[in-house]
Design a protein around this ligand. Structure first.
Ligand SMILES: Cc1cc2nc3c(=O)[nH]c(=O)nc-3n(C[C@H](O)[C@H](O)[C@H](O)COP(=O)(O)O)c2cc1C
Length: 197
């Protein structure tokens, strides 16, 4: 990518800091750099393997397209701020989800519990025999996956360029959690919490 290149679809003032204190780094600070120093024949594969050492939970991001629910498995979810209450999700620009989210839209986040790996596969587009039919609860016109460990509804405040992903910063409007154990993802595999020591 050219130095200073700014995708047209992100053509709004990102260096602006709003009254709520939410700002962004200008694109011209993103310069073409050489490939990262990672061990392996294919740097992209090697980098993915290194990144995969960061253990995460697994979420399903959901939104409504008209009457229809769309869901996508995502582990690139993080809490950002308590005041204002903000969360962030990183969405591959090739996904359908990316085409559905924009400033002002809402997304749901369902943090999966340890028994929901088949649902994760389903919303990651992984075909499989006998995958469970998901059930949704609708809160603030936003679908949420039933049986999950935690739920958020967020409204998109800003979207940011993130290379081949887009970052959607959402203001939390609703949050609930239930008791249970989370589904984990590490090294490209689902895991569960070990026994407490
Ligand atoms: C455990 C796991 C985590 C994933 N995390 C993300 C993620 O954070 N962001 C993303 O864009 N895709 C992620 N994916 C891939 C998407 O779920 C997958 O591309 C999905 O089919 C996109 O759906 P859509 O194109 O129908 O919206 C993940 C997949 C798995 C199995």
């Amino acid at each position: 990518m050219e130095a200073g290149f700014r995708p047209a679809e992100f053509d709004f003032p990102l260096s602006f800091t709003g009254p709520d204190g939410i700002g962004a780094t200008p694109f011209d600070e993103v310069l073409e750099q050489e490939a990262p120093d990672v061990d392996g024949d294919d740097p992209a594969v090697a980098l993915r393997q290194v990144l995969g050492q960061f253990a995460t939970g697994v979420t399903v991001i959901t939104t409504l397209k008209g009457e229809q629910v769309h869901g996508m498995t995502a582990n690139a979810f993080m809490s950002v701020s308590l005041e204002p209450p903000l969360v962030l999700v990183s969405v591959d620009r090739r996904t359908k989800m990316c085409s559905l989210l924009h400033e002002g839209s809402h997304y749901g986040v369902s943090v999966l519990c340890e028994t929901q790996s088949a649902l994760s596969d389903r919303f990651a587009g992984r075909a499989g025999e006998g995958l469970p039919e998901p059930r949704f609860a609708v809160v603030r016109e936003t679908p949420l996956v039933e049986g999950a460990l935690a739920h958020f509804v967020a409204s998109v405040q800003r979207s940011y360029w993130g290379g081949d992903h887009s970052l959607f910063l959402g203001r939390v409007e609703y949050a609930r959690h239930h008791s249970g154990s989370p589904l984990l993802f590490h090294g490209g595999r689902y895991e569960r919490l070990g026994q407490a020591r």
